[in-house]
Design a protein. Structure first.
Length: 371
């Protein structure tokens, strides 16, 4: 392929150098689909390009590059401008924050500005710096994207930009695939010594509300029959959870597992092996994990706040993340009742509503319009 006859797209993929999070899922889903467009050439860049290649595969219109610096600011100030200049990039796609040295047209995805509406979950310094960086990044960008109607409204309210396009997250087809539950459970038991368990897939931050799950596990004495699995990396310390956990009986602690730095296949295996999945987050710009667990036919309950209020198909499986009794009742419901049919119907609704192909067509149209 003659790269000069194509539109070149730089994609900042530094999030692939750490654990699972929404921005990583977003980039992976969007660009796994967008690389089908052969009139575009992609430069995917991280500190571990071999890892990127294992995820996206080898394609004639994809070039993998390595950052010199792992530090965020050195990457934005030095690495990225040099790469854009060297490879004559036409568009550069960033998540939240762009490089201040503008040498091509910019695409920015502002997933959320939760630190403005929920300052109690963020440091004062991060709120001040991110408010400036996110707003300035939007000003410098020709194409502005976000992932939910909730985020679009909040960006308009606080930043004044009304021309954001919504490119929702979607769910990878692998989550919808059929699997043998018995075989999966046997594999999980052999590898992780987990038999009957409740799973919460999320990185650790106070707004993620891990303590609600722990309280339910203790109050309902679920440890007599189940184990509890938290799957996700540390981002911010959660003092409330730590305080409760420190007082838990040592025998009960043996029923509580925390796994970090897992790969995608391990995450999928553990999700499929779960008896129930919960998502009690108090604030999200989108909220992918509950959709993934429903797609995998796992009985799931989900917070009804912020962007997750768009997931109307949850209906009876919604709960208020500030109401422990509501959460406990809903958790007992999915553990006690046979709800397989309900979640199969919900999975189909998710598949119909959230599609990477739809989001890709929006991005592709905007690139063509801004050439």
């Amino acid at each position: 392929m003659n790269i000069k006859n194509t539109t070149s797209i730089f994609v900042d993929c530094h999030v692939f150098d750490s654990g699972f999070q929404g921005t990583r899922t977003y980039i992976q889903g969007l660009y796994s689909e967008l690389i089908i467009k052969r009139d575009l050439h992609f430069f995917l860049v991280s500190s571990n390009p071999d890892n990127l290649a294992s995820i996206f595969g080898n394609h004639s219109n994809v070039t993998y590059l390595k950052y010199k610096y792992e530090n965020k600011y050195l990457r934005l100030l030095i690495d990225i401008p040099q790469i854009i200049k060297k490879h004559k990039i036409d568009f550069a796609h960033f998540q939240y924050t762009v490089s201040p040295f503008k040498r091509c047209r910019y695409i920015v995805t502002t997933h959320d500005i939760l630190f403005i509406n929920f300052p109690e979950y963020f440091s004062f310094f991060s709120k001040i710096i991110n408010t400036f960086l996110y707003k300035q990044s939007a000003k410098w960008s020709e194409i502005r994207l976000t992932v939910s109607e909730f985020s679009k409204q909040k960006i308009h309210q606080h930043f004044g930009f009304s021309n954001y396009e919504i490119t929702p997250n979607a769910i990878d087809n692998v989550f919808f695939e059929d699997y043998d539950k018995v075989l999966i459970k046997n594999e999980v038991a052999q590898k992780f010594s987990l038999k009957k368990y409740i799973i919460y897939v999320s990185r650790w931050e106070p707004r993620k509300n891990h303590q609600m799950v722990l309280k339910a596990f203790l109050d309902l004495e679920l440890y007599k029959e189940y184990e509890l699995l938290f799957l996700g990396n540390d981002t911010l310390s959660n003092p409330q959870y730590n305080e409760i956990f420190s007082q838990v009986d040592s025998e009960i602690k043996k029923k509580i597992f925390t796994l970090k730095n897992t790969d995608f296949n391990t995450m999928l295996l553990l999700l499929r092996g779960a008896d129930a999945s919960v998502y009690p987050s108090m604030a999200e710009g989108f909220g992918i994990p509950p959709l993934e667990s429903v797609a995998a036919k796992i009985p799931t309950i989900c917070s009804d706040k912020t962007a997750m209020s768009d997931f109307s198909f949850f209906e009876d499986y919604y709960f208020d993340p500030h109401n422990q009794i509501d959460f406990n009742d809903k958790l007992q419901k999915i553990l006690k009742e046979n709800l397989g049919t309900d979640f199969k119907i919900m999975a189909q609704k998710i598949k119909e509503k959230y599609s990477w192909k739809k989001s890709v067509e929006i991005v592709y149209r905007l690139i063509k319009q801004n050439q």
